[in-house]
Design a protein around this ligand. Structure first.
Ligand code: SF4
Length: 440
């Protein structure tokens, strides 16, 4: 029976789902399971699903089908698992379904179908102290809370994941410290709503290294900055207190990078979305942030074609883009998500209008992003190296989050390795990426 403790794992979805996968895998490895890369070698397969949009759901269902066909013993977890019947309707033979963050439940389901090795010796079956990471060694996602207290009308995350639950700040800091000690050079702070961190635990002060740390975004950011590595904040909801962390960015304590989804700029559309309808203020704030921290990179996401969006609303959105001059922008055409309250809104926008608006939006923003990148030509910037091949080095600057933003392509340089932080001079740019040379 020595070989019957092999688990196959398929992780779909966003970086937050990846964090869940890492936790489950770490636990299984600690217990002595082997993680194998093929369906044939596995005794059981776990599929961590994504249920955010319909295409992701379809991908999840296809993957489950493939795993059932190739292996036969399949456990399903993750976002889509929150609506178990949407899975069991199509795949009645799955062995179990759990929702997001169900680490213990997944592990105990694995136990049930493939009992853990009898003689696991933690001193022999080594698991690195930072856990198993699916991301490259030098950056890691740090999840600080689950769930969300907002009820944006297009989103079903709160109904799948529940209200905000913050992790105690001491626990978050211990994990961050472990990761830094294990060689991680960049922490990507993720949650559904990073700026709400601590609200559910009344910002209760925790302890790290015997010192008090306040459980709010500012306290956590300050403590994280002491680790001496890059700290990047994702999914920051535009609350007024976001202003308080801009000075930390200006002082170089955390990366001058703000991932702040505005979603739209027209007041009626924002109201229908149940988002803060404060476009004028947002523009003023952006201007103030840039005065305080000129290197600030702003990333945002928007939805076009939301029910009821008129030509005028859309023109206001384009106007906002022109004025805000955001650096990185993602744009989605609205598509109804099963269970979202926005589905009941009147005046759906026809598909061809959505497409036309999306194209105009992308054209406008591409010009802006391109111009903003051009401003970096001739400058020296810090770059973290993610990859190296015979053609050169591929890295990212403080303006580029992994997987979603641009890259910096550099010529090969002696003594530079993956995970290193180098200083580079930028000689060229295009719509997304920068090009240059290592200077030291
Ligand atoms: S803040 Fe984000 S996660 Fe929360 S409801 Fe809105 S879109 Fe969904």
């Amino acid at each position: 029976m020595a070989s019957s403790h092999k688990v196959g794992f398929v992780s779909l979805g966003c970086p937050k789902a990846l964090v869940d996968s890492e936790r489950i895998l770490t636990q299984l490895r600690i217990e002595g399971y082997e993680v194998v890369p093929t369906y044939e070698d596995a005794d059981i397969v776990v599929v961590n699903t994504c249920g955010f949009i319909d295409s992701a759901k379809q991908e999840s269902l296809n993957t489950i089908g493939e795993a059932l066909q190739e292996n036969g013993k399949v456990l399903v977890t993750g976002c889509m698992g929150a609506q178990a019947e949407s899975i069991t309707r199509v795949h009645p033979n799955v062995l179990g379904v759990t929702g997001p963050h169900a680490y213990e439940a997944v592990v105990s389901q694995v136990h049930e179908h493939v009992p853990p090795p009898q003689k696991h010796d933690p001193f022999i079956d080594l698991v690195p102290p930072q856990g198993i990471k699916l991301t490259p060694r030098h950056y890691a996602y740090l999840k600080i809370s689950e769930g969300c207290n907002h009820r944006c009308s297009f989103c079903i995350i709160p109904s799948m994941r529940g209200d905000l639950v913050s992790r105690p700040v001491g626990e978050v800091m211990d994990e961050a410290e472990r990761l830094a000690r294990a060689g991680v050079k960049e922490l990507l702070v993720v949650s559904q709503d990073t700026s709400a961190y601590g609200v559910d635990i009344k910002y209760q002060t925790g302890f790290w290294q015997g010192r008090p740390v306040k459980a709010n975004m500012q306290g956590l950011s300050e403590a994280l900055s002491e680790l001496g590595i890059w700290v990047r904040l994702h999914y920051v909801y535009p609350y007024p207190h976001v202003d308080n962390i801009i000075p930390l960015m200006a002082e170089g304590k955390i990366l001058p990078y703000l991932d702040i989804p505005f979603q739209h700029a027209s007041i009626p559309v924002l109201k229908a979305m149940k988002r803060p309808a404060a476009t004028e203020k947002s523009l003023e704030r952006i201007q103030r942030w840039r005065e305080q921290c000129p290197d600030l990179t702003l990333r945002s996401t928007f939805i076009v074609g939301f029910p009821g969006e008129t030509d005028e609303d859309f023109e206001q959105l384009l106007d906002f883009l022109q004025q805000a001059q955001l650096d990185r922008v993602g744009c989605f055409q609205y598509s109804p998500v099963e269970g979202a309250t926005a589905n009941a809104l009147p005046d759906p926008v026809p598909d061809e209008v959505k497409q036309a608006r999306w194209e105009r939006f992308m054209e406008t923003q591409q010009r802006i992003s391109c111009e903003r990148l051009e401003l970096k030509v001739g400058k020296e910037i810090d770059v973290i190296i993610d990859e190296m091949n015979e053609e050169g080095l591929i890295g990212r600057s403080s303006a580029d989050a992994p997987e979603i933003d641009g890259l910096v392509y550099l010529s090969l340089a002696e003594g530079v390795n993956v995970g290193d932080l180098v200083r580079a001079k930028i000689s060229d740019s295009d719509e997304y990426d920068l090009y240059g040379e290592v200077v030291r």
